[in-house]
Design a protein around this ligand. Structure first.
Ligand code: NAD
Length: 291
């Protein structure tokens, strides 16, 4: 069994971006600039945004963080996005999800200029992704592809079972793995909360992507020998022994599943780190649209 190490792969991606950014700036081009919008005080969202900003700084990108109270009016967020859309210095815009219930995520995402939509959630970019046209791929699925590519994992003709059909993870990774490219060319089964015989389907999976948000859901009896298992899940479980007061759990029962796998991602240290690396890749690509 080999660990698919998000730390190693994301570091390699970041080193390469750092070098390219240095060359860009030396040649007189503008510094890539990511603007992030954070609404409210959700602990996980705060951590994710802080990490994205820190990573930007580390590789030489400029970053701007715009914060709103959780009671903010939807119009105020929309006004901020309109400003960022027309600000020539800003290359990428991300709105940290989830947003408070009184704000329409759909409205907010649809307002972002697709050329600055570095999270790859805008319907225009999703449409391009489906057609295999150049675009910003959604960050988490893109991160998974970068990881499969780094470890040269064979995907052609494999049966990929994806558990979860969200717009940000399950559905896009199912589409990407089915595309006629590498990594891709898989036969994909997408499973969800209404799927019958999930265990039998998972047992057919050469590659399993678990993205449902249920800690340790995928157990050893659901996984065939030598499967490649990608664990997307991130759930905070109260844990008094940790300084933070919580432990992070994935969707896979790692201790019992890992001995059966050819490759597996850990949580933490797997897909989560790749999501940020993919976001940085998209931001760099967005900055190149103008250069
Ligand atoms: P979501 O809640 O939007 O979607 C969950 C999906 O799982 C749904 O499509 C649902 O049908 C399916 N599902 C739920 N219970 C099921 C069951 N018993 N059997 C089969 N399918 C079931 O979640 P999401 O936003 O896609 O996130 C999924 C997990 O991934 C969460 O833990 C989230 O925190 C994590 N996540 C991690 C990253 C990362 O960077 N690693 C990024 C995004 C999300």
């Amino acid at each position: 069994m080999q660990i698919l190490d998000g730390k190693i792969v994301s570091q390699a991606v970041k080193e390469s971006l750092k070098q390219k950014t240095k060359e860009l700036i030396q040649s007189g081009k503008k510094t890539p600039h990511l603007a992030a919008i954070l609404v409210g005080n959700n602990g996980a969202s705060e951590t994710y945004v802080a990490s994205k900003v820190k990573n930007c700084e580390e590789i030489g990108f400029k970053s701007t963080l715009i914060r709103f109270e959780s009671t903010v009016d939807e119009q105020m967020i929309m006004d901020a996005i309109r400003k960022l859309n027309t600000d020539d210095d800003v290359d990428g815009i991300l709105v940290q999800l989830p947003l408070p219930k009184h704000i329409s995520e759909e409205k907010i995402i649809n307002l972002i200029n697709p050329d600055k939509d570095v999270d790859g959630f805008h319907p225009v970019n999703i449409g391009k992704m489906i057609q295999g046209l150049p675009t910003f791929l959604p960050a988490t699925p893109y991160g998974i592809l970068l990881m499969l590519e780094h470890y040269k994992i064979e995907t052609k003709g494999k049966h990929a079972v994806v558990i979860g059909r969200s717009n940000i993870v399950g559905r896009p990774i199912s589409i990407l793995l089915s595309r006629n490219t590498y990594p891709g060319n898989c036969t994909v089964t997408i499973c969800h909360s209404h799927t019958h015989n999930l265990k039998e389907i998972c047992l057919q999976g050469d590659i399993i992507v678990a993205a449902l948000g249920k800690p340790e859901f995928l157990t050893a009896d659901m996984v065939k020998e030598n499967a490649v298992v990608v664990d997307v899940g991130i759930t905070r479980i109260p844990d008094a022994s940790k300084k933070s007061g919580f432990a992070i759990k994935g969707d896979v029962d790692f201790a019992n599943v890992s001995p059966k796998c050819s490759y597996i991602t850990p949580v933490p240290g797997g897909v989560g780190m790749m999501t940020i690396a993919a976001l940085l890749m998209n931001t760099f690509a967005a900055s190149q649209l103008k250069n």
